[in-house]
Design a protein around this ligand. Structure first.
Ligand code: ACO
Length: 342
């Protein structure tokens, strides 16, 4: 640089970070209900086995021509409507999913097209069932640092497209759906307080879809071995889910100087009612604090937490200034916990 020149540049990102709030939520569940009773006709299982082991009674299944982005777009429109924001004012769309419409383009690009958010940049996040909180934190950082003004964060899954309908150990657990949240900076000192993120790639084999990617591309052999479907070591997943979610919750509370007593509503990943009970015991939190809808939708992976949050908000279960705790766990393994002052 020429020493004679006095350069006076402005770094637009240098100011203190801003408080970011969730200013709208929305969700969409496909119409088709698949009950445990109906599953009894597909695989060797029973309503009683499924309900006592998981708390699930029924789940929703997307129509054959309904893709993840279609469900995501329905949820996004509802969230924008609640926030009173036009699609054209969205700067950023981030979709958490492990069942994208295609390898590429990203599902977020398809959502952009469907809702007409032509100004938005678009990306997907892959963190399996933990995806929504991972995406929430990415968007939070963009908005806090003024790189985006309005972000649309979506968790959407068509799990029915990656489930092995011949495998009774997994096909009874999952369902389809989508949820969305709109983020903007707000003057008030509430909003997203912290998000604790974690992962352990050493345990990736315990929950995955092994075939169809660059490691094992589709071939007659991978299809023959049904490797294009979700595989899970249920018992192992259960143990790690309880431990990591409980630890993430404790860390998030500690970071904010809060205790379980301060929390008005806990929104856990809706995979299994017994996992939620085990976390409640470890946290010393009564079950009444948890918002649970796993009986209606099963495990909708990245959609589960935001669908539950939207229901809790719309039903009045979550009130202004309430402290909300969200906690998730998924393939990777990945996990996260967020504390939000509503
Ligand atoms: N119907 C009837 N019997 C079944 C079924 C079924 N759908 N599935 C398994 N069984 C049988 C097994 O074959 C086994 O029979 P066996 O004793 O004759 O071998 C028996 O039931 C017990 O099987 P387990 O797998 O040991 O049963 P468990 O009590 O561990 O429950 C479950 C299985 C529900 C999957 C449990 O391990 C679990 O919930 N794990 C966590 C899974 C989860 O929530 N994953 C999602 C979190 S991460 C994410 O969201 C992607």
């Amino acid at each position: 640089m020429n020493p004679e020149t006095t350069r006076k540049l402005i770094n637009p990102k240098a100011s203190a970070t801003r408080t970011v709030s969730i200013v709208g939520t929305g969700s969409y569940l496909p119409e088709r209900v698949l009950t445990n009773k109906e599953l009894e006709t597909l695989v060797d299982t029973s309503d009683d086995w499924i309900y006592t082991r998981t708390g699930i009674r029924e789940r929703r299944i997307a129509a054959p021509d309904e893709a993840t982005s279609d469900m995501a777009s329905h949820a996004a429109r509802k969230a924008l409507e609640m926030a009173g924001i036009e699609p054209g004012d969205v700067d950023m769309i981030i979709v958490a999913t492990c069942t994208p419409d295609m390898f590429f383009p990203s599902t977020a690009c398809f959502v952009q097209k469907q809702i007409g958010a032509s100004k938005a940049f678009c990306l997907d996040v892959s963190a399996a069932c933990s995806g929504f909180l991972y995406a929430l934190e990415v968007a939070h950082q963009f908005v806090a640092s003024q790189s985006a003004h309005t972000a649309l964060v979506i968790g959407a899954e068509k799990m029915s497209s990656v489930i092995d309908w011949q495998d009774r150990t997994t096909c009874v657990l999952f369902g389809d759906g989508a949820g969305a949240a709109v983020l903007q900076a707000r003057e008030e000192p509430h909003g997203i307080l912290t998000t604790v993120l974690g992962a352990n790639g050493n345990l990736s084999d315990l929950l995955s879809i092994p075939g169809g990617g660059s490691r094992l591309p589709y071939s007659p052999e991978t299809l023959d071995k049904r490797m294009n479907y979700l595989k899970m070591a249920g018992r192992e997943v259960f143990k790690h889910a309880v431990t990591n979610m409980s630890n993430a919750v404790l860390e998030a509370l500690k970071q904010c100087g809060a205790t379980v007593d301060d929390v008005a509503c806990i929104i856990p990943h809706q995979a299994n009612a017994r996992i939620i009970q085990a976390i409640g015991q470890r946290m010393n939190a009564p079950m009444e604090k948890f918002y649970i809808n796993v009986h209606k939708y099963g495990n909708t992976s990245a959609a589960s937490t935001i669908v539950a949050l939207d229901e809790a908000v719309r039903s009045g279960r979550v009130q202004k200034e309430d402290l909300i705790l969200m906690v998730v766990f998924g393939g990777g393994f990945t996990w996260a916990a967020s504390l939000v002052e509503w």
